[in-house]
Design a protein around this ligand. Structure first.
Ligand code: PBG
Length: 343
């Protein structure tokens, strides 16, 4: 063995000089690697998603998302407090209402779980950025993100009025940001107009601009109890085959007044993220969705993958592809680890 190694070391191709440019120099030690790292994830970039249910004292784990729970408003405050203590600046809320109907009445209910959670959060943690996901699907009996007509189609323009009312309701409860995730045409303009007309000029809009019709939302639909009762979302969410169209959607949303645009899902759409980042001048967010979380957790649980390394690699890949903000179920785990590293 030893002599074989020596033979290899001694051999050099005649006439071929030894390499003078050696990129490996910059990878030699951890300190050098840290010094030349092009990207890093900051805890301040992370947004933690939370699922609000009615009642008090409720903490129900979602079976397909180990470690993630449906929480009542009081429990949301507990979790947000621990997130904030770790340096997380923002949460995004999804609501599961008591009752659902075909016109999503619960969306604008001042006593609804999201409205209640917003009020409790702003009272307990005034500095926390509270983002309210704005969509009808958790509130409709049929599970679609809009008003369904008699022939089973989604009525785009009727849905706009519904979203505008929802945005106003969240603003009145104290939300800092509303985040429309329905993919109806013209929603950002409709929401901006409604907010401004009612005096909420400081409430920002984070738009799910390029939201794809994706299989990776599976576990979320269990968490939010929002699987469509018939058909699918392909007449409003985007076709995974398209990237140019994502740029068009993002530019439209910026034109209509979006303060932040988002690409969703994340892992299978890093190319889209990069294109959107290059096309707009507003912050770009990416949504590391439920299926992405569950896949990684399942593999880690089976001992097939190193969970911490996989999370770090995944999150930095979003930064590399251009994300300013990352919505992720790993937020607190990552933040806890960063706190330990620096402390
Ligand atoms: C719709 C909405 C969805 C998600 C966020 N907002 C699901 C859907 O469109 O079916 C998915 C988030 C995730 O999978 O983590 N309001």
């Amino acid at each position: 063995m030893k002599s074989a190694l020596r033979a290899l070391q001694q051999r050099s191709e005649p006439g071929v000089p030894a390499p003078q440019i050696r990129p490996r120099r910059m990878r030699r030690t951890q300190s050098i690697r840290d010094m030349v790292a092009e990207n890093a994830v900051r805890v301040e970039d992370l947004i933690e998603p939370m699922f609000v249910v009615p009642g008090a004292g409720v903490r129900r784990e979602i079976s397909a998302m180990p470690g993630i729970c449906q929480l009542s408003a009081d429990q949301i405050v507990e979790d947000a407090r621990s997130a904030a203590a770790l340096g997380i600046r923002a949460v995004i809320l999804f609501g599961i209402p008591e009752r659902k109907d075909d016109v999503a009445s619960g969306l604008s209910d001042a006593a609804g779980p999201v409205q209640q959670a917003i009020r409790s959060l702003k009272q307990a943690l005034p500095g926390l950025v509270v983002i309210a996901d704005l969509c009808a699907c958790e509130y409709t009996s049929h599970g679609h993100c809009g008003i369904v007509t008699a022939d089973g189609a989604i009525d785009n323009d009727a849905t706009l009025a519904l979203l505008a009312d929802g945005a106003l309701s969240y603003a009145r409860s104290g939300a800092d940001v509303v985040a429309p995730s329905d993919m109806m045409d013209g929603r950002v303009r409709a929401i901006r107009r409604a907010l401004d007309a009612d005096g909420w000029t400081d409430i920002a809009i984070m738009s799910y601009s390029a939201k794809y019709a994706s299989a990776f939302y599976g576990p979320f639909r269990e968490a939010a109890e929002s699987a469509p009762a018939f058909g699918d979302r392909r007449t409003y969410q985007m076709d995974p085959a398209n990237a140019r169209e994502a740029v068009k959607e993002a530019l439209l949303d910026v034109d209509e007044g979006a303060d932040i645009v988002m690409v969703k899902p994340a892992m299978a759409y890093l190319d889209v993220l990069l294109r959107v980042r290059e096309a707009v001048r507003v912050p770009v967010a990416v949504y590391n969705v439920s299926g992405e979380y569950s896949m990684l957790k399942a593999a880690a649980h089976n001992g097939w993958i190193d969970e911490r390394r996989a999370i770090d690699e995944l999150l930095v890949s979003f930064k590399r592809a251009g994300a300013d903000l990352i919505v992720t179920y790993f937020a607190r785990e990552f933040a806890a680890r960063s706190a330990r590293r620096s402390g």
